[in-house]
Design a protein around this ligand. Structure first.
Ligand code: KG4
Ligand code: ZN
Length: 362
């Protein structure tokens, strides 16, 4: 097969993204229109607003990805779109547009699972850099919507090993961030402030899990943070941070530090430490159980500097791969990359394929 170009389209949550990737690893363009400004003031993604923003962005975003890469529709081997999981109204916008482009151009459509896309963000960069990902691999997908452990076998067959029973790890970051007045999303701000606090300041204990020992739970941690906050008089400091956020839509680390007393920095550092510990502990157990040759960490929370450092410090017996930050959070290059092996296998989707909000992998 000569060089093949795939257009990827992603709209499962709050970013509208399009990308052109050749041979599964050369990213010719990757355009991401974020809706952060729209949802930030509501402290989370508002589904109705997300659909409306996707509708506004989809045509210009796809056009930009094509023109930036010098691609005409007839140059494409396939058009890949996320079919799920995600917000159904959001998924529909990207998928419907992909279908209409496919119908108009005769270029085949490929349906991609968003979670598989996150895993392929790592596969893409490894093959770009000439590194061979060895299988079976363990994939830890951690984002605002997912906290999953998958066994990935050669040829991209998946087996679910564990998942969160309640909140996703990114969701826990976002809820704590919102509670403490840091706005949405909370993950990046907490990550920036955690190094300034004492990670042992607050002791969090996790309830022992019944059933699958590889499942996660973050709701107890979130509740413990809530109790900690309620047992103190924090109203004034939280109000000051909300005011800071209204004044500067994206305050600097210095501004946040000025608005964050030492005790709160300790809480943030301890919270982040507890999340990282929980993620890596279960990942290590899963890797051992399945005999993983490497660990792939992907999804928005894979941006977390503390998580990256802890994964290195753990000195695991197998390599650990993280995507570069731009490919960790939602993007369409990972969707185009995930479609590449499907193209080789002729796994095309019909134009009648429906968006699936609760689509599972494996
Ligand atoms: O993958 P993503 O863009 O969207 C979903 O599929 O959910 O992930 C977004 C999530 C948010 O919950 C955000 O708070 C979290 O990733 N996140 C982080 C960091 N950057 C993004 N969490 C912790 N530390 C970060 N540096
Ligand atoms: Zn995602």
């Amino acid at each position: 097969m000569g060089s093949v170009r795939i257009l990827g389209i992603e709209s499962s949550c709050d970013e509208t993204a399009a990308s052109v990737v050749t041979d599964g690893h050369r990213v010719l363009s990757s355009v991401v229109a974020s809706q952060m400004a729209t949802h930030g003031k509501y402290g989370g993604v508002v589904p109705e607003l997300a659909s409306r923003e996707h509708l506004r962005a989809i045509v210009p975003v796809v056009r930009e990805a094509l023109s930036e890469s010098g691609t005409r529709l007839e140059d494409l081997a396939a058009i890949a779109a996320t079919v799920g999981p995600g917000l159904v109204g959001s998924l529909l916008v990207g998928l419907t547009y992909a279908k209409s482009l496919s119908f108009a151009s005769g270029v085949p459509l490929i349906a991609v699972n968003h979670v598989e896309g996150h895993i392929h963000a790592v596969v893409l960069e490894a093959s770009r850099d000439g590194l061979a990902v060895e299988y079976p691999a363990l994939a830890l997908v951690v984002s605002g919507g997912h906290t999953h452990l998958f066994e990935v076998r050669a040829g991209f067959a998946y087996r679910l090993l564990g998942k969160t029973r309640d909140d996703a790890a990114g969701e826990a970051f976002d809820k704590v961030g919102k509670l403490l007045g840091y706005g949405y999303p909370g993950g990046p701000v907490i990550d920036r402030l955690a190094p300034y606090g004492d990670p042992q300041a607050v002791r969090f204990t996790f309830a022992k899990m019944k059933g699958n020992a590889l499942d996660f739970s973050f709701s107890g941690l979130k509740t413990a943070v809530l109790r900690w906050v309620e047992s103190r008089d924090m109203a004034a400091e939280i109000a000051a941070r909300r005011a800071l956020l209204r004044e500067h839509s994206d305050p600097t680390t210095e501004q946040w530090l000025e608005a964050t007393p030492r005790a709160t920095l300790g809480l943030l550092a301890s919270f982040q430490h507890a999340v990282i510990d929980e993620l890596l502990k279960r990942a290590a157990a899963a890797a051992e159980q399945m005999g993983a040759r490497c660990l792939i960490v992907s999804g928005g929370v894979a941006c977390n500097a503390g998580l990256r450092a802890a994964a290195v410090a753990a000195r695991l017996a197998y390599p650990v791969y993280f995507p570069s930050p731009g490919l960790s959070t939602d993007n369409a290059a990972m969707i185009a990359a995930a479609a590449f092996p499907k193209l080789a296998r002729g796994e095309f989707a019909g134009l009648d394929i429906a968006a699936q909000a609760n689509l599972t992998l494996a």
